[in-house]
Design a protein around this ligand. Sequence first.
Ligand code: FAD
Length: 495
Amino acid sequence: MVDETARPVVLWFRRDLRLEDNPALNAAVATGRPILPLYILDDSGDGRPLGAASLWWLDKSLRALDASLRQRGGRLILRRGDGEAELHRLVAETGANLVVTNQRFEPEAITRDADIAHALRGEGVEWQDHNGTLLARPGEILTEAGRPYKVFTPFLKTLLQTATEGAGTPAPQVVFTPDHPANDDINGWGLHPSAPDWSGGFEGAPGEAGAASALAIFLERGLSDYTAGRDFPGRQSTSRLSPHLRWGEISPWRAVREARHAALRGRISTAQADKFVAEIGWRDFSAHLLAHFPFMATRAFRPEFDAMPWRVDPADFAAWTRGRTGYPLVDAGMRQLWATGWMHNRVRMVAASFLVKHLLIDWRQGEAWFWDTLTDADLASNVQNWQWIAGSGADAAPYFRIFNPTLQGEKFDPAGSYVRRWVPELAAIPDRWIHAPWSAPAAVLAKAGVRLGPDYPRPVVEHGAARTRALAALKTLAAGTQDDAQCPPQTNKQP
Ligand code: FAD
């Protein structure tokens, strides 16, 4: 007779690459049975194949997870291929009769997981899933009428009133893995970008230790200035936790808990902690929206926006991706993205708005570029934020509010330190003209060693003309779209 208690448990890691505060791992350890920690790289994509910068991060995060497991008597089993087929193969090879995992919430992943669980159960293998990635599961936060929220502020209120914090759990001391299952060699996976490999300057320390250290640095230096400082790209006032949260190297609850504790200890004001918690709430809001409204990954949440007369202009799009639009704040952001795999939130908003409104290029083209180049690329957050900017989202900025990239620069990078760092050809331009070099007198440009055109581009579009064109495009949309005169007071807040 088979000894059921000796049969191993498959612990399927997906977006939860950590040992601390990991409900699926805790459940697997609690069985007292041997554990098979598994990661499957599914190139078909659970919704969408991973972008190049994400794969770069994943490579290092998996190595870090494997090292932590090895310190505890385990190791990570790596497989590449169709997720369902690989999982079945491992179960068949090892005789495992339980698969434990933390849920994924992207629409296609939800469907796939339901199918996989069904198939496994049919073979007598138990499937157990937990929530290790969001503050609350989609479906747990609903209006009184039982519907999904479409506006952030009431969503957040309900989320914070109903979601339970949990005490947090330490990493287990022992994770015993029998050593027989076959394992792929990650070195053969080729996860670094190629043709070209632009990852040389990517920032961040992938892995659980890197996540803990990013949080500690933020609590020590950033959080006390968060509400005001978070909008200034030249300051270090945000947490830089986004890729760590995206890969689940830290639980969102831990970030929330530690920020709240810092406020309770009186180290920072409650307002600072609340603002930070609200931003983590935007992450949940995005995931919940996408889970409830799967179509928004590819189509406008407000359908009239699908008729927007987008321009197809490869030259303008290339100028945007390369940081050569002639608007210094936009260019600095796009170069920061390319160089480091991350971009500051304020600049993401300005750069995205520039593409959608000044260049009138479809938000989906920009979203795809971010998807490939961000180390924190997250389907729900990316799509939700792009639609927020495009005016087509659930709780979006109205389309007619068009960021002026020059004024945004003057307000949020007043001394030009951010622009000077990422657009070094403008470094010697005095503060007064740093965000509008085309308006500087010839003598100023000559003294700063800048020739507009050869050294730094003239603006690809003039702001006023671009604004007029964008508003004219808006007017072509079907009734139901608001313009200045019709727009009611907004309930939304800028993320
Ligand atoms: P902090 O200010 O320290 O915020 C803490 C955490 O809250 C972040 O790590 C993130 O997980 C979450 N968060 C903060 N702002 C938002 C927001 N607006 N929406 C959702 N979650 C938020 N964020 C992603 O994680 N992945 C994306 O693919 C992504 N694409 C974006 C695209 C556009 C066009 C825009 C405008 C924003 C996008 N964001 C995305 C949101 C935001 O810019 C980043 O989460 C933030 O800049 C990360 O830096 P941080 O960790 O220092 O943020």
